[in-house]
Design a protein around this ligand. Structure first.
Ligand SMILES: C[S@@+](CC[C@H](N)C(=O)[O-])C[C@H]1O[C@@H](n2cnc3c(N)ncnc32)[C@H](O)[C@@H]1O
Length: 205
């Protein structure tokens, strides 16, 4: 089914294909990248919502960042935060060639420390995609800097089925606590899309 879907949606750009190929050869966990389907969905969200200010927590290769840049208007700005500065040369090789590169601001450091110091906001869209055990903390940090009517997208919220398997490792627990927190939060409307590893879409009232 996945092949059929990928065959019938917009293709990846040549730049993203090249990025993906290099990631699969050189990186340990290329599956962490958004990839073809999720990348096109992120772009589509941008086309529909036309966010002017985006925050991404967890840049990795820059794959999703480039997709967000593809879908936004020329005056949009995308702040993306990555804790691992060893990813810099890999991501910049591609971000520097991306059509929307002028919109992208890369910050290195722990998002919990970097985001409160960003002198910008409120954001129209926030993509949470960093370490899973901190998802509840990222949400608490992101919520106040998201505008009313803005969207939080949280990736991997079905966590490969581990949520239902009784696993108690800290990443599974982090996602479980996050999902429960969102379920109980009346300040937002939410759906979980069973896309890949689960993508929660959260709309702030
Ligand atoms: C799943 S990958 C991000 C994938 C990327 N958003 C995409 O879709 O192509 C998660 C990234 O978050 C980074 N990360 C983990 N903890 C972080 C933190 N506290 N602050 C910023 N980045 C963090 C990791 O180093 C890793 O590169």
């Amino acid at each position: 089914m996945t092949d059929y879907i990928l065959d019938h949606i917009d293709p990846e750009t040549e730049l993203l294909k090249e990025l993906s190929r290099e990631a699969h050869v050189k990186l340990l966990r290329p599956r962490m990248m958004a990839g073809h389907l999720q990348g096109r969905i992120l772009k589509m969200f941008c086309r529909i919502l036309r966010p002017k200010l985006i925050l991404e927590i967890g840049t990795y290769t820059g794959y999703a960042t480039i997709c967000l840049a593809e879908g936004t208007d020329s005056d949009a700005v995308i702040h993306t935060v990555e804790i691992d500065d060893e990813m810099e040369s890999f991501m910049m090789k591609y971000i520097s060639r991306a059509p929307g590169r002028d919109k992208i601001r890369v910050h290195f450091g722990n998002a919990m420390e970097v985001v409160p110091k960003l002198q910008t906001g409120p954001f129209d869209m926030i993509f949470i995609d960093a370490d899973k055990h901190r998802y509840p903390d990222y949400y608490d940090m992101a919520f106040p800097v998201l505008r009313s009517g803005g969207l939080i997208l949280a990736d991997n919220t079905l966590w490969d089925g581990k949520l239902l398997s009784g696993a108690t490792d800290k990443r599974t627990s982090g996602i479980a606590i996050f999902n429960e927190k969102i379920r109980q939060d009346d300040r937002v409307e939410k759906v979980i899309l069973p896309l890949r590893d689960g993508l929660t879409v959260i709309w702030k009232k």
